[in-house]
Design a binder for this molecule. Structure first.
Ligand code: GLN
Length: 483
């Protein structure tokens, strides 16, 4: 039963082959048995899950239907869940029970989804390896000595190991697409403003976006349908109608113009990954797509620009964690300043403190123009590159990551080495564009992802291309040994 996709679960529930309660019990038992190897959950919500599953079964018995009615999922632990710990992977929020549900959580619950728990993540979503979590590193089910990617590494590892069919993630610079690539999943970062950020604990507000992680594009369509939509509580939410994503899956790729940026195939890319990307291009050509070489000339500036903008916004967003209103407070503060300093010094981990310092520095008087403003100008140039490219092509294709999953600890002493792994993903966040990663093969037994980018609000096009690719390939069906 644990091998079923969301789409198969929906059919099974509709055909009364099993109930949501039965399925939920099977998956909870599987998590209890296997998750100690992976550490993909921070909190399990067994009681809530069983209550929601029974309620979903009752709704079905009353004639209701829906692809998410009774479907088991989990939330990355930065989506606020009422009365349940919402830790953001940090000691700072280890004792924080959210007083309300994030919009995404509320929408999925209303659609009948069953929440099995909250998944592990890099502290405050800062990282690409899921090693900065206060709750310990997450392991990659494809090789337990390797990282699963981050920051949504818990969601990725859990879904890849068939502990559940799908989970939510968030993507500020690649945190849905990169862990999806490193664990053989399909993950979609929607257009900025497509999914509400209300109740999603902020890292870098102008870049953060929630989205689905699952094994297939078909399942991402189902989960995105439940997450997307205008939310008056989020001032950056966009009031655009939500299309029927599942209905967009079956379009023909005949004549689809795919742009492959020449800058993507530079020295930093593992040549074995380059070969798999070329294979995926050939596969799409067979389906009727037309390939065109394009150029994104400002891509080389993306990492420095991102690693100014994201920490700058983080330093501002994280100033609210002061030991006064919520979260961790140090013991016996001597005075107010001591309370601030020690609560933040003890509550935040090393990577978070590093980012706060970089961000505060970039925003400080005298350096603002040289760093922050300059980075914002680069951001615009990167967006302009994409706008020019999308005049000529419908989709941009390339690798999701330059390397497969690295060994746990391998990049711990050199944060910049980890930042470089984000080279292909961060441009979509800087421009606000939707992006998807899907399985494209293996290198040394470790999964490799191919990334697709589309113009604003063309999530349906991304899902369509990925679904057609998955109908003709079987990479996404491979299961890690032992799971
Ligand atoms: N790896 C990037 C960072 O550390 C992206 C993280 C994310 O998307 N949340 O900032």
């Amino acid at each position: 039963m644990h091998q079923l996709t969301l789409a198969e679960i929906a059919r099974g529930l509709a055909d009364k082959k099993f109930s949501s309660e039965e399925l939920t019990k099977v998956l909870l038992a599987r998590i209890a048995q296997l998750d100690p190897q992976l550490n993909s959950f921070i909190s399990l919500t067994e009681d809530l899950a069983l209550t929601q599953a029974k309620a979903a079964d009752a709704r079905r018995a009353n004639g209701e239907s829906g692809a998410l009615l009774g479907a088991p999922i989990a939330h990355k632990d930065l989506f606020c869940t009422q009365g349940i710990r919402t830790s953001c992977g940090s000691k700072m929020l280890d004792n924080f029970k959210a007083p309300y549900d994030a919009t995404v959580v509320a929408k999925l619950a209303a659609a009948g989804a069953v929440t099995l728990g909250k998944t592990n993540m890099d502290e405050f979503a800062m990282g690409s390896a899921n090693e900065s979590s206060y709750y310990g590193a997450v392991k990659n089910p494809w090789n337990l000595e390797h990282v699963p990617g981050g920051s949504s590494g818990g969601s990725a590892a859990a879904v890849a190991a068939r502990l559940l069919p799908a989970a939510t993630g968030t993507d500020t610079g690649g945190s849905i697409r990169q862990p999806a690539a490193l664990t053989n999943l399909t993950g979609l970062k929607p257009t900025y403003g497509r999914v509400s950020r209300w109740g999603m604990i902020a890292y870098a507000s102008s870049l953060d976006q929630g989205g689905p992680m699952a094994r297939t594009a078909e399942d991402c369509a189902i989960l995105l349908q439940g997450m997307a939509g205008f939310d008056p509580n989020d001032s950056t939410s966009i009031d655009e109608p939500v299309p029927d994503y599942s209905a967009s899956l079956n379009g023909s790729l005949q004549g689809l113009r795919i742009g492959v940026p020449k800058e993507y195939f530079s020295a930093g890319l593992d040549p074995r990954i380059a070969e798999l990307i070329h294979n995926s291009v050939k596969e799409l050509q067979k389906l009727g797509a037309v390939i065109k070489e394009i150029s994104l000339p400002n891509m080389q500036h993306a990492i420095p620009a991102y690693y100014v903008i994201a920490p700058a916004e983080a330093s501002s967003n994280l100033s609210r964690f002061d030991g006064v209103r919520f979260g961790y407070r140090c013991e016996d503060p001597k005075n107010l300043e001591d309370l601030y300093k020690r609560s933040r010094g003890e509550g935040f981990g090393a990577e978070v403190q590093r980012r706060i310092m970089v961000g505060a520095y970039a925003l400080s008087a005298g350096y603002y123009d040289a760093y922050y403003l300059k980075a914002q100008k680069i951001r615009r140039l990167i967006k302009n590159d994409f706008m020019a490219a999308f005049n000529e092509v419908d989709i941009i294709l390339g690798p999701t990551t330059p390397n497969p999953a690295w060994k746990l600890g391998a990049k711990n002493s050199d944060p910049v080495a980890a930042y470089l792994e984000d080279v292909y993903t961060i441009t979509a966040n800087l421009a606000g564009l939707p992006g998807l990663s899907m399985p494209a093969g293996f290198v040394d037994g470790l999964p490799v992802g191919v990334q697709l980018l589309a113009p604003y609000f063309q999530e349906g096009r991304l899902l369509n291309v990925a679904h057609q690719y998955q109908l003709n390939t079987d990479w996404h069906t491979r299961t890690p040994t032992g799971f």
